[in-house]
Design a protein around this ligand. Structure first.
Ligand code: NAD
Length: 323
């Protein structure tokens, strides 16, 4: 019989895409979130609106499931996480502790948790040309203050539940996931989506605002690779945190130029140094990912951005925001 799966955060970007992926593999899927997916119907067999900060909702969410992918979180791009720290740690610690305990009581076989590259220490990310971050670099800890520390704490809680209760926990550290069906406006969007939106709305020759001086670096992973990696890790017997991202590092300036090229527009940049830009440089070291999963992300940044730009462009046309 096919396994019964719970995906929390199934109304969000990665959760929604993960539900589609699991349905293609014939699993029975229950999606849970405080909102329905924004841009298309869920593929889940059942979708329940539940607030997972509440214990009773978590108990309800896990009923009769074999495995849990716990993606629900109060989160957003750098502008959001730097200005909502108390709300983020309050909501996410409640969601994650309740979900872990509910999964244990339900006796689920496997529990998946989505951590973040935000747990890596600030002191290792002070220059744009940093050394890619290995999983071991997380300690001594100096995580992003708020969202990052909460992720760090829940990573450890997953380890304790594995060691003390033999709950099979799996932890991934995402590095900037992007793609169609992700938030692209409203303040919670991430840099690739924000840049695609700004360029789609720009004239053939125009200036767009860039946060910081554009020299900060990141690596970006396309959503299809992300869900493939999640699934592969969930099938493994590896219980320590694992990076999941691309290891091609580029500057924000290069990202803007790439999107402008895809859009066929001549775009110049106006830098706003008052806006938050996060760490100066960040990249993923994928040595362990390749070893454990015998796989690594396959889709090029150019290909992923083309699809994402087109999707955001179409959304803006549909919503009547394109001139
Ligand atoms: P998202 O914001 O699109 O999805 C998160 C979902 O959780 C949202 O739909 C939200 O409504 C839901 N949620 C929030 N509070 C809830 C509550 N109280 N009860 C039930 N549901 C609630 O974000 P995403 O990009 O899909 O991220 C999924 C997971 O991956 C999150 O845990 C996030 O922290 C982690 N992550 C994402 C990235 C990235 O680049 N997207 C990077 C690092 C980590």
């Amino acid at each position: 019989m096919n396994k019964r799966i719970l995906v929390t955060g199934a109304g969000g970007f990665i959760g929604h895409n993960l539900v589609k992926y699991l349905k293609k593999r014939n699993y029975w899927v229950r999606g849970v979130d405080i909102k329905y997916p924004e841009y298309e119907e869920t593929a889940a067999d059942e979708f329940e609106i539940l607030d997972l900060r509440r214990w009773a909702s978590c108990l309800r969410a896990v009923r009769k499931v074999d495995q849990v992918y716990n993606l629900a979180a109060n989160m957003g791009g750098i502008g959001f996480i730097e200005t909502h720290k108390a709300e983020i740690v309050h909501d996410n610690i409640l969601i994650n502790m309740h979900m872990l305990e509910a999964a244990r009581l339900q006796g689920v076989e496997r529990f998946f948790y989505t951590s973040s590259a935000c747990i890596y220490p600030g002191y290792k990310q002070k220059s744009p040309d940093i050394t890619p971050l290995k999983e071991e670099d997380a300690y001594p800890a100096d995580a992003e203050d708020g969202y990052g520390w909460e992720k760090m704490y829940t990573e450890r809680a997953c380890r304790h539940y594995h060691e003390d209760y033999k709950l099979n926990t799996f932890v991934v550290r995402f590095h900037n996931i992007f793609g169609p069906l992700g938030t692209y406006d409203g303040g919670r969007e991430k840099s690739p989506a924000a840049i695609c939106r700004k360029i789609a709305l720009a004239k053939k020759e125009d200036v767009i605002e860039v946060w910081g001086d554009g020299l900060q670096t990141r690596s970006y992973c396309y959503i299809d690779d992300c869900v493939e990696g999640i699934y592969r890790l969930m099938q493994s017997d590896f219980h320590e945190p694992l990076n999941l991202g691309q290891d091609r590092m580029i500057t924000i300036n290069e990202l803007v130029d790439m999107v402008a090229h895809i859009a066929g527009k001549k775009i110049s940049k106006r830098y706003d140094l008052t806006k938050p830009q996060g760490v100066r440089g960040r990249n993923s070291d994928n040595t362990k990912l390749r070893k454990i999963l015998k796989w690594e992300p396959q889709i090029s940044l150019e290909k992923g951005l083309e699809k994402t730009y087109q999707w955001i462009y179409d959304q803006l046309v549909k919503s009547g925001r394109m001139k």
